[in-house]
Design a protein around this ligand. Sequence first.
Ligand code: UDX
Length: 430
Amino acid sequence: MAVITIIGTNYVGAVYAAAFADLGNQVYGVDIDERKVQLLSEGISPIYEPGLDELVTRNLKAGRLRFTTCYDEAVPVSEFVFICVGTPSSFSGEADMRAVRSAAEMIGKTIRGHTIIINKSTMPIGSGDLVTSIINQVKSPDATFAVVSNPEFLREGSAVQDVFNPSRIVLGAEDREAAERVAELYSALNAPVLITDRRTAEMIKYASNAILATRISFINEIAQICEQYQADVKVVAQGMGLDPRIGPLFLDAGIGFGGSCFPKDVKALSYMAQEAGCHPQLLHAVLEINQDQRRRFVHKLQTMVGDLHQRPIAIWGLSFKQDTDDIRESPAIDVVRMLIQRGAIPRCYDPAAMDNAREVVPEAEYFDDPYEAVRGTDALLVLTPWNEFKQADLGRVADLMRQPVLLDGRNLYDPADVRRLGFRYAGVGR
Ligand code: UDX
């Protein structure tokens, strides 16, 4: 059993705090946001993440998990301190490191004895050195420490499952013993461990997200070509995926990727490349294709139904993907905004993300029932692959609409089945 502090209890921090506690450690979750600490202390996760409330509650009850706003209560008694604060995109694409800097400073001021500090947030290459130098400036002379980079690869919506089933544990450190100590925290999970230097570990995170984003933009470009030549991108992806060198995952064509990671990390990597005098042509193309994908989708709607002015259009799905209420960089939100710009009346439904969407797009109409949202509309746009939409009663939907037009932005339905119900149907690349 180890004593661990997790700084930052947003999605990554909250999941790791609860998971490390579940593995038998004594864990403190520290956050400067009192509201978050209060909620988590009651077993309520401030974010929507399936299974997280139960995991938190179980470990609060077992006395292994505590949330606090006070560094002094947690850091001095901890052998491991994880930095899990946000590194959002600034205007230039560069990662905003303000939260990391202030966390490092607070850690530096409160560490006692020997402490291993772990950078878990996605941080620009060289951040391990930055954290080291900040801590060195403020720590008490008798405190010693090592900084280890240990990037996370959790997916939103399946973070609780991912945290206990990692594909690999990547550790970057100049001090190998420190990396091995951190590896022990994960030993019960039986995942392959890769120990390298800090900068290489930091790069592994960026490169991993960048190639996944690249695959999505790649298949979206193929989808565009498929449309012109009457090929079906879904079957193309299936045929490609059978080649073990290619594999089947992350080849779903659609309206593109969003979320708090891919857009931000591809931009940050591209920024770092340019700063160093490199020309990240592929990364630029990945981002450009991803933006174009949304515009092409709205254009397709216009070719199917004509001028959008004053036209009621149903929207199913607002979050950037299924099983989350997160709308950060959501392509669906962009599509809704484009519809509003063109004078349409979006009638939206999402199983989890409507409160968040209402805040950023108050002009749209929102409905608690997916079938109410489609009533009297001229088209239904399915923008997030929630299971609820896959299982929907499309016959009922067709009856409720003014004209049955279905644009399937995530290729959820079988085109022949949908057409049989009387819909005019378009997917992406089929
Ligand atoms: C991602 C990485 O998968 C994870 O390892 C990292 O730690 C954080 O970023 P996440 O953002 O939660 O996780 O979502 P992910 O499931 O990877 O999907 C990202 C976006 O790509 C979503 O908008 C999704 O709809 C889209 N996507 C995904 C596609 O359009 N096609 C695909 O084939 C896969």
